[in-house]
Design a protein around this ligand. Sequence first.
Ligand SMILES: [Cu+2]
Length: 520
Amino acid sequence: MNSVTRRQLLKMFGVSAAGMMSLPLIARAQTASNFVNPLLIPPLDTGTFMQEDGGVPRRRFELNLQKGTSLFVPQGETATLGINGNYLGPTLRFRRGDILDIQVNNRIGEESVLHWHGMHVPPRFDGGPMQSIADGESWNPVFDVRQQAATLWYHSHAMHKTGSQVYHGLAGMMILDDEVSDGVELPSRYGVDDIPLILQDKRFNRDGSFDYMSRYGDMMIGQHGDVMMVNGTVSPFFEATTDKVRLRILNGSNARLFHLAFNDGREFQQIASDGGLLEKPVPLRRLMLTPGERAEFLVDVSDGKPVILRSEPSDNHFPVFPGALSELMRAMHGESFDVLEIRPLANLERLPPAPGVLVTLPAASESMAMRTRRMRLNMGYGSRSGSGKGPGLGNRSGQGGGYGGGHFSINGRVMTMNYINERVKLGDTEIWEIFNDTPMVHPFHIHGNQFRVLDRNGAPPPAQETGYKDTVHVNARETVRVLVPFTDFADQMHTYMYHCHTLEHEDRGMMGQFLVTENG
Ligand SMILES: [Cu+2]
């Protein structure tokens, strides 16, 4: 297989050269006149309080993972997955100090599980692949909320099926409030001036069904689509009734990264990152958001003019080298497309400007760390990237072709369920030094603990990366160091995951697991 030619390779996958090399471009025709659908706002679910005998009341959620159909495109209905509905799930809202009691019922016809992305929870309740719920079964994690206010999310984390299940709809947002966020004067009326935005790109077959993983490039750079959706709404508009709008933006795409900006170049304030509020609003005109990351924006629309949130081409130049990956990456970063139109209505309610100071964050310094742990992200060089029947785990990878064939790995190891990659001592604070030994960007996510970014290639991070993070993008050939505290939840049995949040990379092995124990 070493000398397979490109022609043979294409033949193997049954695609034309054009089909293989061209990434589906987001329809450029999404102009203002095409914003025809009011933005759907996921239903808000604040749970119900259950009084335990003599105990503290628990905030209980019931989440049913179910099959459904949705009408996204005129060609026909799409078979989808949802939580308490046909596609995506409700926004769960709760408070620091709550005890959450979540009943998860799996009725989707295959194993699944929900992971509470960004939450500081015991590993047995974290919802990684180890907590897999068989079809027809239920799972009931109970844990207390002991972290600062933030925009979080939940999504499927089934082994080898995360990409497919999230793509079909198993995801939702979570909003965590606390006494500190209560005291910060920011828009907080859900769906009115505090708007959840779950950004996803999709590709459809002619009959309206989702097209998932049908192209060679999907395996290398992850599944990309040519139809943009926000909260499951195609071509959405939002009518603003206030002169400032808070956008809670989740990149819920499998693999697409966004370079978010407004079409008129207006400045906005980033007020929060993954794990909560930033110390001060950060004025920006553009922000890169990779899969799994969240950002909260405060946008001024007091001029009354419609404005379009869009993704712009990147100035991130990928190296030109032979093979499909280089072409795919450069095409992907060259794209621009519209995401959402915001239409201010007449007589906008006036809201106060963002406070100069939002919160006070503890210092994050490398002197706090007891040790450094190194993570090296790799993509296989194989010519055969798995198959339509399932993910490649490395055993089929050859040496020809381009990047991304066969296996994805961390520190040379492809994720397997029965291997514990790392052991961490409870109470330690560590530096995780993540080196991206590939030509494309990877969003690196660590379960269980919010971290802080120390530096990128030795340089301090930009202001918007100085707050709490649980997912950090690592550019090609870049080294990013993060400071992670392991303060709670020693467990001899149950692991946490760390992985690339490009879901097709995660599903193909760019993931590992760690134990937190008393003795490390
Ligand atoms: Cu990746």
